[in-house]
Design a protein around this ligand. Structure first.
Ligand SMILES: NC(=O)C1=CN([C@@H]2O[C@H](COP(=O)(O)OP(=O)(O)OC[C@H]3O[C@@H](n4cnc5c(N)ncnc54)[C@H](O)[C@@H]3O)[C@@H](O)[C@H]2O)[C@@H](O)CC1
Ligand SMILES: [K+]
Length: 565
């Protein structure tokens, strides 16, 4: 798990590091610019060929063809703040490697903040700075160039205007004509994108994302920001490289609440974390939540691995619950029982073997049984009065429960059910279900952001988790998981974890079953949700294209083997 920072958190961490005397702003800017250059060479090794990166470059000239190349070209677009400052560093470092570098500045050099100003002057010793305008960048002259977007980073607070918009349009015009430019590299983020939400900051609705050209590579510093992994961020950012600028300790101190006064306010707000490979060590034992991991202890029999109930709908509607039950069993619950209405028993019995079946009339007795320690309710469940009273009984039992699909619809519509939610509940809405749970939060999320930081999926998920007092898993390619107390994780299924074929009927039912199975095994709700979200994508990646929901639980054995279980 690594921290995902907001812009304010990053600023405070930088400020605290500078205030501590450990580092100066100029050092950080130099490391940032150097990191961008190194990330470019890592992404396109052929670009590192100029001078082989070895000989110190003589300053004061550009594009010396005789000095071993000099044919690489960069256009650096610098903005009015420290993001622009990073751009001047990049320009200098590339020029020192004999690149032809052309630099444009949006704004008045007199108004640059001090560190950016220093780097502006250092660049001026090497080359010119042109005022930025849409026309100033000639598409033909810059064919084949690497374009560095250093206009705005974490400081973006309002929509782009004037020449900045012209330039964005120009860059967008290049889209699809890959021969025209070598690459678009964004410093910290593609300018116009809000790094707290992954949403473009823009003037009007309808123009969604119009002025944020998608980068091929985004180079950010120390940690990914939320905007890199949620909303439209992953689409705009391209590949994201994270460069160490020496603030690792400062980030960890802040996240763990060890910081000096300057960072206290952010330590109080929980840091968001990125969901990573789950912990596989330790025993999972349902009576001892906390000491958990995916590895099963050899000395425990099936009752010690928990017993999950999955509530099913009526005849012809049990497929979703069966998928969830299969998921719960495969992920390691010791026992899984499908609870089905009387008239659906025969149909269900014809479809399952290792999963037990009980009639819905027995639900009360099952919910009274202490060995039953997790419930999954919602997939294919129905919305009729029988469903409502069963859901009520489940919530009254205070057992850990995953609420999905129809259960979310009922909770969204009925206040008295909502009042029964508790800390052991995990809600797993997709976008439509989320809007039923909280129309206000969904509306805010859909409103065009005219100023930064924009309201984000993390804000929305945290808000609903706090309001309902439970864990909320807001699904999507960016899955956000929030705990009532504010703890929050993001699982971003993009780039090397992109699994678009997960968007298939029943895949959410399997996820609900995975979470229920892990709850049965003794995982705490937040941990069950994080681990299930990771494994769900892992199963999809393992199977690949052509996946249908039934395939997901069947990939778990191979995934577990890969984890060394
Ligand atoms: N502070 C530091 O020590 C470091 C900062 N770094 C860089 O600095 C960036 C943040 O710098 P800044 O805080 O100066 O912010 P930016 O450079 O992102 O933005 C500059 C300024 O532009 C103004 N602005 C915002 N939206 C605008 C708009 N639409 N049109 C015109 N002006 C607008 C704001 O006043 C903002 O302060 C990071 O993204 C990163 O690239 C890195 O160099 C690492 C070290
Ligand atoms: K930028």
């Amino acid at each position: 798990m690594t921290e995902l920072l907001t812009s304010a958190q990053m600023r405070a961490i930088e400020a605290a590091a500078i205030a501590s005397g450990e580092v100066t702003g100029l050092d950080l800017m130099e490391r940032a610019g150097r990191g961008v250059v190194e990330a470019i060479f890592e992404a396109w090794p052929e670009l590192a060929a100029n001078r082989g990166g070895a000989a110190p470059a003589p300053p004061g000239y550009l594009g010396n063809e005789e000095e071993g190349g000099g044919s690489f070209r960069a256009v650096v677009l610098c903005g009015p703040g420290n993001n622009g400052g990073d751009g001047f560093v990049v320009a200098r470092l590339l020029a020192e490697r004999s690149w032809e570098v052309e630099v444009f500045l949006y704004g008045n050099p007199e108004n640059l903040p001090p560190d950016a100003r220093v780097n502006y002057e250092r660049w001026r010793a090497l080359g010119e700075v042109n005022p930025l305008s849409g026309r100033s960048i000639d598409i033909r002259r810059h064919a084949g160039a690497v374009i560095i977007d250093a206009l705005f980073g974490t400081g973006l607070s309002r929509p782009l205007e004037g020449a900045a918009v012209d330039v964005q349009r120009f860059l967008l015009g290049l889209k699809g004509r890959s021969a025209a430019r070598k690459a678009l590299v964004a410093v910290d983020c593609p300018s116009g994108l809000c790094l707290d939400s992954g949403l473009p900051i823009q003037k009007g609705a309808g123009a969604a994302g119009m002025y944020v050209p998608a980068a091929d590579l985004t180079v950010t510093f120390q940690r990914r920001k939320l905007g890199h992994v949620i909303g439209q961020g992953p689409l705009y950012c391209g590949r994201v490289a994270v460069v160490d600028i020496g603030l690792d300790k400062a980030v960890r101190d802040a996240a763990e609440g060890r910081s000096a006064d300057a960072i206290d306010p952010i330590a109080a707000r929980a840091f968001a974390r990125e969901v990573a490979r789950p912990n596989t060590s330790g025993g999972a034992y349902y009576s001892a939540p906390g000491a958990v991991g995916l590895r099963k202890r050899v000395d425990l029999h099936k009752y010690h691995q928990g017993h999950a109930l999955v509530l099913s709908g009526g005849p012809g509607r049990g497929g979703a619950a069966r998928l969830a039950a299969r998921g719960a069993l495969r992920i390691g619950a010791g026992l899984v029982t499908l609870v089905v209405p009387h008239d659906a028993v025969a149909e269900t019995a014809a479809r399952v073997d290792a999963i037990m079946i009980r009639e819905a009339d027995d639900a009360a007795a099952l919910l009274d049984d202490d060995r039953v320690n997790a419930v999954c309710v919602g997939p294919g469940f129905g919305l009729d009065p029988r469903a409502v009273s069963l859901l009520e009984a489940v919530l009254d039992s205070k057992k850990r429960v995953v609420l999905d699909a129809d259960a979310l619809t009922m909770v969204g519509a009925q206040r008295h059910l909502r009042a029964k939610l508790h800390g052991g509940c995990v809600l797993t809405p997709h976008e439509g279900e989320f809007a039923r749970l909280s129309p206000q939060a969904a509306k805010k999320l859909k409103t065009t952001a005219k100023s930064g930081p924009a309201y984000s999926k993390v804000d929305a998920t945290r808000e609903v988790a706090a309001e309902f007092g439970c864990t909320v898993v807001f699904k999507g390619a960016d899955t956000v998981i929030a705990h009532a107390a504010g703890l929050c994780s993001v699982h971003s299924a993009h780039h090397d974890r992109a699994a678009p074929w997960l968007a298939t009927a029943g895949s959410g039912d399997v996820l609900a079953g995975f979470i229920a199975g892990l709850l049965a095994r003794g995982f705490a709700p937040m941990q069950a949700a994080e681990t299930a979200a990771w494994l769900h994508v892992e199963c999809a990646l393992k199977f690949g294209p052509g996946l249908i929901a039934e395939d997901l639980p069947e990939q778990l054995p191979a995934v577990f083997r890969d984890l060394g279980l």
